[in-house]
Design a protein around this ligand. Structure first.
Ligand code: PLP
Length: 395
């Protein structure tokens, strides 16, 4: 038997997501993943763009050859325009997780400490595992990552290689980072010489409130901005991008030349054709998707208020795909509630799985509902089943 490397031996299986440990009843309603609604995915436009590609001999041949390492020029330009940066700063990736892993491998020394959102997107902690398990949990407040808390820890002598946050429609905490705190975080990073890893897959999915902007991130050579087409074109593409400070473009490309070389040329060619076909197509796609998500968020929030009045502290989402209500009654045991809810045919993610600090119980008082890929009828029925679980009813 071949021995595994120390790195491979050290990678624990991802913990927490219910499928791995639980056999839900048939017909269970899943409020589990932050994935797009099937009806929001542009299958017809994709069919057309793909057919056009293979009929265009020059483009078809280019799609079957190596890509420039940072990505197809037209796609990088399109992304750069939306991000309001120079196209040379864009590197096309195989989705958001890949961008996070590249960021970690490029700027986090083995064993270094990294500050992370608490609660945190568990995918980042898995990506971070490749370099380090030393994390400094930073509370996520109503206006996002607690920059002052981090500043206090640094003043007390803590040294970090990077800070990680999801600034828009946080996964799981649903909140957004204020414009002032965006500037504050970047200033702190510049003053103390750490990197900020910004993970922003939900930014486009705003249906209320005001965009807090990315200018503060774009203007700093300490920010790595990670994004993805997963929430708009679908996770199956595995296409995303990095907005890098100029000095990190070459190091990331050198790293990739040892890993995957570049993102699939075929995939890039189709995505490039799709998004560049006219100036309004992508915006139209995002607009109709967010209309759907606005309605679904409203249905879910209304149903919780109606059927479980006072059971949760609820903040109405302004965008994204998650609701992160907090249980108001300390006597409710979230694990027992989850078991009864699952037996009644509704599945959600338990808050404890998002705790960056396992000693801290605050995340465990929350439930994470992903509403994007469930219809209003399913959401109403899900809340009916949850209400039965609250009453202690079983199947
Ligand atoms: C906060 C966050 N970052 C990154 C990702 C991963 O995106 P991708 O599917 O493009 O790898 C997700 C997906 O759920 C996410 O919620």
């Amino acid at each position: 038997m071949t021995a595994l490397s120390a790195l491979s031996r050290g990678l624990a299986p991802p913990r927490g997501f219910v499928e791995a440990s639980f056999n839900p009843p048939p017909g269970a309603i899943r409020l589990l993943g932050g994935v797009p609604a099937p009806e929001a995915l542009p299958a017809e436009a994709i069919a057309q763009a793909s057919a056009e590609l293979w009929r265009d001999h020059g483009a078809a041949v280019a799609a079957l050859q190596y890509s420039p390492a940072p990505g197809f020029a037209g796609l990088r330009e399109w992304i750069a325009k939306r991000e309001d940066v120079d196209p040379r700063r864009i590197v096309v990736t195989n989705g958001g997780m890949h961008g996070l892993t590249l960021a970690v491998l490029t700027v986090v020394e083995r064993g270094a400490t990294v500050a992370v959102d608490d609660p945190v997107f568990p995918g980042f902690v898995w990506a971070l595992d490749i370099a380090t398990t030393r994390i400094l949990p930073v509370p996520v407040l109503a206006d996002g990552f607690d920059v002052q808390h981090l500043a206090g820890r640094i003043a007390a002598g803590e040294r970090i290689a990077a800070a990680y946050t999801v600034p828009d429609f946080h996964n799981p905490a649903q909140v957004s980072l204020s414009a002032e705190k965006r500037r504050g975080l970047v200033e702190l990073a510049e003053r103390h010489g750490f990197y900020v890893i910004i993970d922003n897959p939900y930014r486009e999915l705003r249906f209320a409130g005001h965009d807090q902007g990315v200018a503060a991130f774009n203007g700093s050579d300490r920010v790595i901005h990670v994004n993805t087409f997963t929430k708009t074109l679908g996770p199956g593409w595995r296409v995303g991008w990095l907005v890098l400070p100029e000095h990190l473009v070459e190091p990331v490309i050198r790293l990739r030349s040892r890993l995957d070389v570049h993102t699939s040329s075929v995939t890039q060619a189709i995505v490039e054709r799709l998004v560049t076909r006219d100036d309004h197509w992508y915006d139209g796609l995002v607009r109709s998707a967010t209309r759907l998500y606005r309605e679904r968020a409203r249905v879910l929030v209304d149903a919780l208020h109606e059927q479980l009045p006072g059971a949760f502290e609820i903040r109405a989402p302004e965008g994204g795909l998650f609701l992160w209500p907090r249980l108001t009654d300390d006597r409710v045991d979230p694990a027992a509630l989850f078991r009864r809810a699952a037996a009644n045919g509704v599945l959600y993610q338990q808050g404890e799985y998002f705790a960056a600090d396992p000693q801290q119980l605050s995340a465990a008082r929350h439930l994470r509902f992903a509403y994007g890929d469930r219809t209003p009828d399913e959401l109403n029925e899900a809340v009916r089943r949850l209400a039965a679980a609250f009453r202690g009813d079983g199947p």
